[in-house]
Structure formats: structure tokens, C-alpha cells
Design a binder for this molecule. Structure first.
Ligand SMILES: [Zn+2]
Length: 359
């Protein structure tokens, strides 16, 4: 894996622990792998590039060709869907009031994404109707979701992922909805950051005896490479309340990862896909969390956190724009040297370290 070395990041997290894990012990204990990506932004060129004028259909499968085999190694893949999928009748649109074809979710599913969080500043871009349609479409595609809700009953049922004897509670909250008010008398439709509501969610997850809790939080200042005071404050609030790993989204650039008292945060995962270019906006990361159940302590623990930087390759062939998400994990002819080197720099930025030379 070159510098994106798994043992290396393990050592960064647990510098006092020798990174050699006896394989026998490891296989005896249930373990799972979670991968998380950041903002899925459907700017107009990104939406249009999936259109085939001959078939008059949208398809985004090729965008994810390079990440599919990575996602295949995970038990769960989670991302932040930052656009309504309100249907063609409402007109597709990019910034500032998004509406994208449901085919993007279909291609994400095809690529291996299992869960999409929907609480973000674009949740209400197509108002209540768009919010409802989005969730209907995700249900149709059998993609799990949380963060926005059609009914109060739906909101009150927490999202729990279960596999290999390990259960994970997922919550998602946003700082706001770009000034678009929540539908009248329906405050349950969008999870807007509120400690009382979060406490209720966590209580439900505790009652369900989940092993681990992750929170996708849409917060922070756009284009800032380091967390704001608010991000730090919210993160510590969430950890104190029982969240095990905070997954940050919204700044459109990747911010660092920290481990605090055995709990973790990545302040921003960056853009997984978007049309934003330059100054790190065309980079993102796949966060990788390896959890293991300690049979003696009967507790699930984070044994490894790693990251694979990603780059949104935008090309033009014969006037047609194409996008492709490139994992910067192994060298590949599609990855230019400059992009590769920036990927290494981004990895260092995430882990707050200077690269250790390795071949
Ligand atoms: Zn946002």
C-alpha cells in the first residue's frame, strides 16, 4: 500500500501498542469493516455527464468503477447524499437548489454503498415533497437512510446496522437547511442539530444495546482545512453523550482525524463527488474503520482507522465531460503524478503526521 500503510495508521492511533495482531486471536472475535465517504454533490455538469442522449437515460455507474472493488471489502459503506432525488417532473438542478436523478443513488448502490445520510443544508432544496420523494426512491433502491423523515414514527425508529454479531447505531444531523424553514408542524422531517433530540436518539440506541454508534454531522465552515471551534465543541458534546465516532461533512475539503479517549472524529470527509475544483475541493477520503468485538469484555472497539484519499477526475473527450472517482491507494495510469503526491499530502493532513518514507 506504499505510504498509505495500514499498520502505519494503526501505530499512529495506538503508538504504545505493537501493531502485530496475532491472526488466530483475530479470527476468533467478530469484526467488521465500515467505510465512509463524504459529500455527494450533484452540480449540473455532474448530473448532465451521466445523460445518454441516445437512450435518453441517466447512468452514473462508470463514476465509481475504481472504488467499487474497495467498497466490496467493507461490511458497510456510508455516505452523505447532499441532494434531493425529487424526480424528473420537478426539474433537475444543480447549485444552489439541487435536484438530481435517482439514478445517482442506483449507481451508488451498484458500487456498494449501503447507507445514505440525508440531513444536510440541502435537505429541503425541493421542499417537503422533494424530501419525501428522495426517501421513497431510496427505499425503492433498498438503500438504508437516516437524517430526514416522512413521519414522526419513522424519525423515532433509529437506524441500526447489524452484521456478524456487531450492531451499529447511525444518527445524522445538520446545522441547518440554508434558511428554508422546516415544513409547518413537521419539525421531525429534518434532524437539525439539537442536543435534546440527540439524547433521545442515543437513549433508544442504548436501549437497543447497540455495540457502536456513529454520527454523521453536517457542520463546520466551507473550504476550511481545519475544524472550527463549533465543530470541536459539538464533537466533544456528542462523544460525552455516547457517540463513538463522529463523521463530519459539509466543508467540501478534508479535515483531520483525531482519536480522543478511545473515541474518534474525522472533522470533514470532503467531497466524494462534486464539480468543485482546486484548493482540495476535488479531493475527498474514504474513511475506514475496523471494529472488533472483545469477547471477554463483551465490548466492541475500534482497532484501526485508516483513510484512502480520493480524487474526482474530470475529463473531456470529444466534447463530452466524464467524471471518475480515483482512490489514491495504488498507482494507476489514470492518476497523474501531481494528484498522487497531493493524495499523500492529504493522508498526512488527515492523520496530522509527516510522511514516513516507505516504498
Ligand atoms: Zn453542505
Amino acid at each position: 500500500m506504499g505510504v498509505f500503510n495500514t499498520l502505519f495508521s494503526l501505530m499512529m492511533l495506538f503508538p504504545t501498542i505493537t501493531p502485530i495482531i496475532p491472526m488466530v486471536e483475530e479470527t476468533m472475535q467478530p469484526q467488521i469493516e465500515i467505510m465512509v465517504v463524504g459529500d455527494i454533490m450533484m452540480h449540473t455538469p455532474v448530473t448532465n455527464a451521466g445523460y445518454n442522449p441516445v437512450t435518453k437515460e441517466y447512468n452514473y455507474d462508470t463514476y465509481f468503477d475504481e472504488v467499487k472493488s474497495i467498497f466490496a471489502q467493507a461490511d458497510w459503506v456510508i455516505g452523505n447524499l447532499e441532494t434531493p432525488l425529487a424526480g424528473q417532473a420537478m426539474g433537475y438542478n444543480g447549485y444552489p437548489r439541487f435536484n438530481a436523478p435517482m439514478e445517482i443513488a442506483q449507481s451508488l448502490k451498484e458500487a456498494g454503498v449501503d447507507v445514505l445520510t440525508t440531513a444536510n443544508n440541502h435537505s429541503l432544496d425541493q421542499f417537503e415533497k422533494g424530501l419525501v420523494k428522495t426517501l421513497d426512491h431510496l427505499d425503492e433502491l433498498e438503500i438504508l437512510h437516516t437524517g430526514t423523515f416522512r413521519t414522526e414514527e419513522e424519525r423515532n425508529k433509529p437506524l441500526i446496522l447489524e452484521k456478524k454479531g456487531i450492531s451499529i447505531g447511525v444518527i445524522a444531523y445538520t446545522y441547518g437547511t440554508n434558511g428554508i424553514p422546516l415544513p409547518k408542524n413537521k419539525p421531525y422531517m429534518v434532524n437539525v442539530y439539537n442536543l435534546e433530540k440527540i439524547k433521545e436518539d442515543l437513549k433508544k440506541l442504548e436501549e437497543a444495546e447497540v455495540d457502536y454508534i456513529v454520527a454523521m454531522i453536517h457542520y463546520g465552515d466551507e473550504y476550511q482545512r481545519f475544524p472550527s471551534e463549533t465543530q470541536k465543541q459539538w464533537t466533544s458534546e456528542l462523544m460525552e453523550l455516547g457517540v463513538d465516532f463522529v463523521l463530519g461533512s459539509h466543508p467540501h475539503v478534508v479535515q483531520p482525524l483525531e482519536i480522543l479517549n478511545g473515541k474518534g472524529v474525522i472533522y470533514s470527509l470532503g467531497n466524494f463527488i462534486s464539480d468543485q475544483r482546486w484548493e482540495w475541493k476535488d479531493y475527498g477520503t474514504i474513511l475506514y474503520l475496523h471494529l472488533q468485538k472483545d469477547a471477554i469484555k463483551n465490548r466492541v472497539e475500534l482497532v484501526e482507522a485508516d483513510a484512502i484519499p480520493t480524487y474526482v477526475l474530470k475529463t473531456r473527450t470529444q466534447g463530452k465531460i466524464n467524471y471518475r472517482i480515483l482512490p489514491l491507494k495504488e498507482k494507476n495510469p489514470l492518476i497523474e503524478e501531481e494528484v498522487w503526491l497531493k493524495g499523500q499530502e492529504l493522508f498526512e493532513h488527515i492523520f496530522g503526521i509527516k510522511k514516513i518514507t516507505s516504498n
